[in-house]
Design a protein around this ligand. Structure first.
Ligand code: SF4
Length: 328
């Protein structure tokens, strides 16, 4: 079947992936491979805007690549690579920065948020982040970018930069990427308060052992009104139930939905059931991961090969870009 076009997406090398990453991005990356040529990038250069030491960058990149492959990224079809292995992106970033107004960058809410988060390290990279992101996307002649509703403004900004470039140099060398809205399943962390995140330590790693998963699920915060076992609960406000709806068979979901409200099931048993279903769901991923972990040379080859294939596309784009700009 002919593919519908090229998809690009990137994520920072955050190491071992968790359920939030899986539901929010990886699952979708895997599914998109059926219809699109996919280019997936581990954006290590972007990571430098917030991390000050690079000691863990290699290991984190590697662990993330293993998780993506174990989840179903098919390297024989899709390109999986590391951003810094294609230096053309830095060159394109520079050219695109000349058609981007400074005021627009400083006005972006994401920039202001970062300044507030790390006032001691307001580096140029934070400001230029959207330009580098645009370079990532357009360097690979991307047709569509999968984004959640809340990220759509970022892509609109990238499209504006592309229009400015093409207008200034009277060219069509760069393609304006289209948004592909994706429905993202959001789960809260085990604290039941914030989005699942490694930095908040409220996450459940995909690569945990079944026993570790049981222990992590046991820590999950439930309906706070259920203090005693005999208190009826409200599954609609309980994160454990949200996860049941994603990972459990229909019969279990229906049972919890009824029994929680009448105190027919206690939270301890409800969590045990969730952990069992979660472990069953993750079993194929974990056995694939173990296989990949025993072949580090293979994983490195995948990344190297991905980098080479990405670079072929990047070099072609840069030839067109330099030509359009009439660079001497
Ligand atoms: S029984 Fe399950 S759904 Fe109900 S409050 Fe406890 S953990 Fe949540």
């Amino acid at each position: 079947m002919p593919k519908k076009g090229r998809v690009f997406s990137g994520a920072r090398p955050t190491g071992r992936q968790h359920l939030g990453n899986y539901l929010g991005a990886i699952q979708n990356y895997v599914a998109l491979q059926d219809d699109y040529d996919c280019v997936y990038c581990i954006v290590d250069v972007h990571a430098l805007t917030t991390v000050e030491t690079t000691q863990e960058l290699r290991q984190n990149t590697f662990e993330m690549a293993i998780d993506w492959l174990a989840a179903g990224i098919r390297p024989e079809e899709s390109i999986l690579f590391v951003q810094s292995n294609v230096p053309e992106v830095m060159e394109l970033h520079t050219y695109l920065s000349m058609v981007t107004q400074l005021g627009k960058l400083t006005d972006l809410p994401t920039f202001k948020e970062k300044v507030a988060q790390q006032p001691e390290n307001v580096n140029y990279g934070l400001l230029g982040y959207p330009i580098l992101m645009t370079a990532d996307i357009v360097l690979y002649k991307t047709d569509v970018v999968p984004v959640g509703i809340d990220q759509a403004p970022h892509l609109e900004f990238a499209r504006e930069i592309v229009r400015s470039f093409n207008y200034r140099y009277k060219t069509k060398a760069l393609i304006e990427p289209q948004v592909k809205h994706t429905e993202v399943l959001k789960v809260l962390g085990i604290d039941g308060k914030a989005k699942m995140s490694k930095s908040l330590n409220n996450h459940i790693e995909l690569a945990l052992t079944p026993e570790e998963t049981v222990a992590r699920v046991k820590e999950m915060v439930t309906d706070p009104a259920r203090i005693k076992r005999t208190d009826p609960g409200n599954p609609d406000i309980c994160n454990v139930f949200t996860m049941h709806k994603i990972f459990s068979p229909q019969a279990d979901i229906e049972m919890v939905n009824v029994e929680c409200r009448t105190a027919g099931i206690g939270c301890v048993d409800c969590k045990k059931l969730l952990a069992k279903n979660l472990n069953a769901h993750l079993e194929p991923f974990r056995s694939k991961r173990a296989e990949l972990e025993s072949q580090p040379g293979y994983v490195q080859d995948v990344l190297d090969d991905g980098g080479k294939r990405a670079r072929v596309i990047a070099q072609k784009t840069m030839t067109e870009v330099r030509e359009a700009m009439a660079l001497p």
